[in-house]
Design a protein around this ligand. Structure first.
Ligand SMILES: Cc1cc2nc3c(=O)[nH]c(=O)nc-3n(C[C@H](O)[C@H](O)[C@H](O)COP(=O)(O)O)c2cc1C
Length: 252
């Protein structure tokens, strides 16, 4: 087991894996870490679909184009989940406020699922496994995936996590200067332009030496390209279809 400092400070995303299943004791620890994640009100507004079935992983790969999904040993799909509370309140004949239709309700499910994913990732990495978060499962074909995984209303995909024994050790990617990330006591903008310009150059240098076909795009270009692509995602439609969606008036 790695110590927590190395686990958190030496980590990188791992996208290539050995063809080797994850040991049952490691799986059990990952699942316990997911289940012990902090959650809003201890409500556990999240669920995870754990996928180790190879044909199913290949179907998900075909829908998303993310190769790690078919080559990893285990693919975890983290979902926001208001279905469980619906079942529990129906049993007790309670009326359930449509909290998931408020912005805060959506955030609660997404935050809970994301923290659970982080717990899984840290545990897996501490156990010597490699991980890669996969946001494309929410953006590429969420409706088809939800049908495939038989998600009921109230359950919506937040993010995926590919886990396996690492077959690569990539260089760490450049991160922003700590002053751009940690603001002491209040938000500071002094010196921000210079630090961001330096970060942009660091990303360009990294991309120049690490990309296939060597691009030297800096951070700003890289991000505008990503956000441009993101403008075509239909996440609100998808969340609405799953029984979420912010509405103006609530029928409580
Ligand atoms: C929410 C989230 C979604 C991500 N989605 C993808 C993805 O769909 N495909 C992928 O290859 N990497 C994905 N990543 C991994 C990021 O690209 C990676 O964390 C980032 O480039 C920084 O590299 P590092 O993790 O090695 O520090 C995702 C990461 C996060 C946190």
């Amino acid at each position: 087991m790695k110590n927590i400092i190395d686990t958190l400070l030496q980590r990188t995303s791992i996208r290539r894996y050995e063809m080797q299943p994850i040991e049952p004791e490691k799986l059990s620890l990952i699942y316990q870490a997911i289940n012990n994640a902090p959650s809003s009100y201890n409500g556990q507004q999240y669920s995870v679909i754990a996928i180790d079935n190879q044909p199913l992983k290949e179907q998900i790969y075909a829908l998303t184009g993310q190769k790690q999904i078919k080559t990893c040993a285990l693919f975890l799909v983290f979902c926001s989940d208001y279905h469980k509370i619906e079942v529990a309140t129906r049993q007790k004949e309670l009326s359930l406020p449509p909290f998931q239709r408020t912005l805060d309700g959506i955030l609660v499910g997404v935050i809970d699922a994301t923290i659970a994913m982080s717990n899984a990732r840290v545990m897996a990495e501490a156990l010597g496994l490699g991980c890669c978060c996969i946001g494309y499962i929410r953006t590429a074909a969420p409706r088809e995936l939800s049908d495939l995984l038989q998600l009921p209303k109230g359950v919506a995909i937040v993010c995926g996590l590919a886990i396996g024994h690492p077959r690569e050790q990539p260089d760490k990617r450049p991160k922003q200067d700590e002053a751009l990330v940690i603001h002491h006591n209040q938000y500071h903008t002094n010196g921000m332009s210079e630090l961001l310009a330096r970060h942009d150059r660091n990303i360009a240098l990294y991309n120049h030496s690490h990309s296939i076909g060597t691009t030297d795009k800096g951070w700003a270009i890289h991000m505008t390209e990503y956000y441009k692509e993101g403008m075509s995602y239909h996440t609100l439609d998808y969340y609405n279809q799953q029984g979420y969606g912010v509405v103006e008036e609530y029928d409580v």
